[in-house]
Structure formats: structure tokens, C-alpha cells
Design a binder for this molecule. Structure first.
Ligand SMILES: Cc1cc2nc3c(=O)[nH]c(=O)nc-3n(C[C@H](O)[C@H](O)[C@H](O)COP(=O)(O)OP(=O)(O)OC[C@H]3O[C@@H](n4cnc5c(N)ncnc54)[C@H](O)[C@@H]3O)c2cc1C
Length: 508
């Protein structure tokens, strides 16, 4: 007999979102968190529109959005202090409803996520509860943890290890990490600054770009650095440590002031913290062992050059949550969960690969090679005109999607209606079948069938269908496209993925 559907180990941002999403679906959940209090210092500062949509679906967006700062993208500056790469979003469409990039303060986000599930009857949080080990049998997982000086155990159908980069769950499973071959030491400095950042002269800044609203990467071989405009007065600097520099020396107050002083000028400010990190790319060889899943930093770590580390983890648990809910609530075949790693692992590796590639050019310390790099990137930039950070995030390539179906695995759009309300708020979450006209499709089961013509700003959906030459699109609960179809009448969209048949035979 299991005590819970799911035990989540670790209540960082990833574990906390998992608790919200699972609790909202009515699953019984307990979260084991080693610490008694929230981690007080910010690590992640950037997230993208997909995370905002997940917070929206989890019912926590109203808490979170007011403290977010939407920004205009990323700017990379070369050795000669001229722009080499611009991924700006000014004037770009917002097909997913939210701005592409937001900056935030991680302790605030985590507090909001915990508050989001605090009232959920079927979700409990055990603070000061440290995971020790687990044993699995065919029916569930026995989890052992220490709390209040005693060892306890609980059983659940599934466990999600969201316990961060040093994951004890991962170690208990004996899962190794693939090293993607990048490791560089950086000093991270957070400050509250009452005034704008004092940038040095930078040439070639596009007319639409406002440096105060961009994440700026100074690819200067003298000292690569990143400057990020956080929420409110929060500013983040990240400086690469040069060969021979000592971590402790560089974290000393005088060294920190020497580095950030020129950027702060005379503005009143408070230094919040300075800490060194090793930026690296690591991915777990296995994300699932039996009924135990790894998510977030427990499963992968990335250099933070595109601010996607936490975002990967939030996508992980969004992927798991709807599948677990489908098994518990809709009696879907539990084999559906076997699509977790095939969907998430290549996706994460692709984005970490882009961050590692950017890291290699950002961290170039040889002036001659940096000059060549700048020339090459400027040449390539012509073909990348209009590029945004969104373009780095690929569709899902395989898993619980209709193989061979146009647009399968893409993220589906979220237009705003004339009243400013977003699509998901108007039509709801879960499985959605958008059809070009009422004449298309048959009965639906476990799927909300929506005639695009009746949706406020349904034109955006009709345009989406037109661009892909299809008449209907079936969207998963995590907003990725399951599949599309053309033609009219019964049998429009059959679930071709064996594990998903129960849920998706809907439109037959
Ligand atoms: C300098 C820096 C900048 C970054 N910038 C960005 C960015 O801009 N955007 C972005 O998306 N990501 C960024 N990241 C990455 C981001 O911070 C992490 O990916 C994210 O915090 C991982 O969340 P998590 O919940 O998986 O793990 P964590 O946040 O590490 O949380 C793990 C939780 O598990 C608990 N725990 C650990 N062991 C146990 C145990 N045995 N039992 C019970 N509980 C346990 C911990 O106490 C903790 O609460 C950055 C990281 C760094 C270091």
C-alpha cells in the first residue's frame, strides 16, 4: 500500500513546480526538503515565456508576474567593444503570449511556488527532511529520510529526484553523468543598485536596443563578463576568473569592488553576495530507473550563458506531471512515462550544446583568436538577422507525439484575445483539439474540442493551421503539439503512440 502517488525529493524551483502541477491534478504528493528555510541567495535570474505559461497553468502566475521584469534579449560584445551578436526581441511578435525573456529574483520565485501549493490538501511539505535512500519493488518505492534526529520511511508509486546537482537520489540509483566537456570558473556578484549600469562605450548597438534592458555579454579576452538587469534594482555581474586567480582572493570585498566599481559608478548600492562557480555541461546517463525519475539539476547542469538551467528543470517536471496525472486519473498505460527521457534528454542536450558552444567563444582569452572569432560571428550574424534566444530551443523530436505529423513536437501558440486574456485562460488546459471549422472531427473524449473560428483571436490559430497546411492540431497538456491532421470527417486524429492510445483516440 503506497502512502502517496508521488514523493518529490528537494523543494528548489523544480520540486516546487512539480508539487504545484501534480497537486492541481489531484495527485497525492509529499515533498522532502533537507533545509528548514529557503535558500536566500539568487542563482538563476532569467527565464523565458514557456516558464510563464507553466506558472499560468499551475495557477501561480498572479503571485509571480508582478515581480518579473520583462527584457529585450541578449547582446554579445566583441574584443573591440563592438556588437558581434544580437538576439533582441524589440518589435518581434509574441506568439506565446508572454515576452520572450524575463528576469527575476530566485528566492522570491521559490517562495511564490511554495505558497502556490501550501493550500493544496493533497500536497504536504516536510522541511528538515533529508533523503537517505530508497528501495523499489514492483508496486512502488520505499523512501528513507532523516528528520528530527530519527529515520523515517514513506512509500509512493513514483519518486521524482529534484535534489539538485549533488543529487543523493541520483547517487542512490547509481546513475552517472555524461560530461559534455566544458568547465570554466566564474565569479558571480549580485548587488542592489539605485541607478543604471554604467556601460563603457559599445559600438554598433542596434537603434532599437536599450543596454539597460538587455543581458549583455562582454566577450573581452581581458576578462569575459556578463551584466544582467535583474528585477527592480537587482543587478547581476558574472566575471570569468583568469588562469592563476584564486577563488577566495577574488571573492574578497576589495577584489569584488574593483570588478564592479566601474559598472556601478557613483550610484548608491548594496553588494548582496559574491561567490565562485564552475560552469559546466553535464547530463545524466539515465533519467529514469524503474519508478524513480531525475529532474532539474539532478539530471543536468548547463553553463548559464542563455539562462536555461532552471528552465530545463521546469520543462522536465511539466513533462512528468501530465503523464503521471494521465496514468492516475485517466488510466493511461504507465508505459507513457517511458517517453520522459526520450523527450527531455535530446532537448536538454541540444540547448546545453548551444550554451557550451557560446561558452567556448565567450571564454576565449587569446586576443588574436578573439579578433578572428569576432570577424566570424559578425559574418554569420547577417544570416541570423532577427534571431532570438527562443530559436535555440528545439521542438520535441520523439516520444509521446505523432510520428511524421507536421509540427508534432512544436510548442503551440497562445494568442491574446481582444480583452487581453490569454488562450489558456479562455479555453483551459489539458488536451485541446483545435479545428479549423465545426465540420471537422468527431466525438472527443478526455480532450477539449475547440472550433478555432469561435475563439477570440482565433485568426492566429487559423493562420497557424494555414502555415502548416493542416486542418486540426491536437495540443498536449504541456502545450507541445501531439500531432496535426488534414481532411474532414471521422478518424481525423488517432493516437498512434501506443502508450497514449487511451487519451488520444478522442477525435476518432
Ligand atoms: C550563477 C548561476 C546562474 C544561473 N542562472 C540561471 C538563469 O539565469 N536561468 C536559469 O534557468 N537557470 C540558471 N541557473 C541554474 C539554476 O539556478 C538551477 O538550474 C536551478 O536552481 C536548479 O533547480 P533545482 O530545483 O533542480 O535544484 P536546486 O535549486 O539546487 O534545489 C535542490 C533542492 O533539493 C534540496 N536537497 C538537496 N539534497 C537533498 C536531500 N538529500 N534530501 C532532501 N532535500 C535535498 C536542496 O536543499 C534544495 O532545496 C544558474 C545557476 C547558477 C549557479
Amino acid at each position: 500500500m503506497n502512502d502517496f502517488d508521488v514523493i518529490i525529493v528537494g523543494c528548489g524551483p523544480v520540486g516546487a513546480l512539480a508539487a504545484n502541477l501534480l497537486g492541481k491534478q489531484g495527485l497525492s504528493v509529499t515533498v522532502l526538503e533537507r533545509e528548514d528555510t529557503l535558500h536566500p541567495l539568487p542563482r538563476a535570474v532569467h527565464l523565458d515565456h514557456e516558464m510563464m505559461r507553466l506558472f499560468q497553468g499551475a495557477g501561480v502566475i498572479d503571485r509571480i508576474a508582478p515581480q518579473m521584469r520583462d527584457t529585450d534579449g541578449h547582446l554579445h560584445v566583441g574584443a573591440d567593444h563592438g556588437v558581434i551578436r544580437y538576439m533582441g526581441t524589440v518589435g518581434q511578435p509574441r506568439p506565446f503570449g508572454w515576452a520572450n525573456d524575463y528576469f527575476f529574483y530566485q528566492p522570491e520565485l521559490e517562495a511564490h511556488l511554495r505558497a502556490g501549493f501550501a493550500d493544496c490538501e493533497r500536497v504536504s511539505l516536510r522541511l528538515g527532511a533529508e533523503f537517505i535512500g530508497l528501495e523499489q519493488d514492483g508496486d512502488g518505492v520505499n523512501v528513507r529520510f532523516a528528520q528530527g534526529g530519527h529515520e523515517h520511511s514513506l512509500r509512493s508509486r513514483w519518486v521524482i529526484g529534484c535534489d539538485g546537482s549533488r543529487s543523493a537520489v541520483r547517487k542512490a540509483l547509481g546513475v552517472e553523468l555524461d560530461d559534455l566537456g566544458f568547465e570554466e570558473p566564474w565569479l558571480v556578484i549580485d548587488a542592489e543598485v539605485d541607478g543604471p549600469v554604467a556601460f563603457p562605450p559599445i559600438s554598433g548597438v542596434p537603434a532599437s536596443a536599450d543596454l539597460q534592458r538587455l543581458s549583455v555579454m562582454m566577450c573581452d579576452p581581458a576578462r569575459p563578463a556578463t551584466i544582467v538587469p535583474g528585477r527592480g534594482n537587482h543587478r547581476r555581474w558574472e566575471f570569468m576568473l583568469l588562469p592563476g586567480e584564486d577563488d577566495a582572493d577574488m571573492m574578497a570585498p576589495d577584489a569584488v569592488r574593483a570588478l564592479v566599481g566601474p559598472w556601478i559608478g557613483h550610484a548608491p548600492h548594496t553588494l548582496v553576495r559574491a561567490a565562485t562557480y564552475r560552469f559546466h555541461g553535464l547530463v545524466a546517463e539515465r533519467w529514469q530507473v524503474g519508478a524513480v525519475f531525475l529532474a532539474g539539476d539532478a539530471a543536468h547542469q548547463t553553463p548559464p550563458f542563455f539562462g536555461q538551467g532552471m528552465c530545463h528543470g521546469l520543462r522536465d517536471v511539466a513533462n512528468l506531471a501530465w503523464k503521471m496525472a494521465a496514468v492516475v486519473n485517466d488510466h493511461a498505460d504507465p508505459a507513457l512515462l517511458d517517453t520522459y527521457q526520450p523527450e527531455r534528454d535530446p532537448h536538454v542536450r541540444a540547448v546545453i550544446g548551444a550554451a557550451v558552444a557560446a561558452g567556448r567563444y565567450i571564454c576565449e582569452l587569446n586576443p588574436a583568436k578573439a579578433a578572428t572569432r569576432d570577424a566570424d560571428i559578425r559574418l554569420a550574424q547577417a544570416s541570423r538577422d532577427g534571431e532570438t534566444a527562443h530559436d535555440l530551443i528545439p521542438p520535441i523530436g520523439a516520444g509521446a507525439i505523432m510520428p511524421g505529423s507536421p509540427a508534432a513536437g512544436e510548442r503551440f501558440i497562445q494568442p491574446r484575445g481582444a480583452d487581453g486574456r490569454l488562450l489558456d485562460d479562455r479555453v483551459g488546459g489539458g488536451w485541446r483539439l483545435f479545428v479549423r471549422s465545426a465540420a471537422i472531427g468527431g466525438e472527443t473524449r478526455a480532450v477539449t474540442r475547440i472550433d478555432a473560428a469561435t475563439v477570440d483571436d482565433g485568426d492566429a490559430i487559423i493562420d497557424w493551421l494555414d502555415q502548416r497546411g493542416v486542418d486540426a492540431v491536437l495540443v498536449r497538456p504541456d502545450h507541445y503539439v501531439f500531432g496535426t491532421a488534414s481532411g474532414t470527417g471521422a478518424g481525423l486524429l488517432h493516437g498512434r503512440c501506443g502508450a497514449l492510445a487511451l487519451t488520444v483516440e478522442a477525435a476518432a
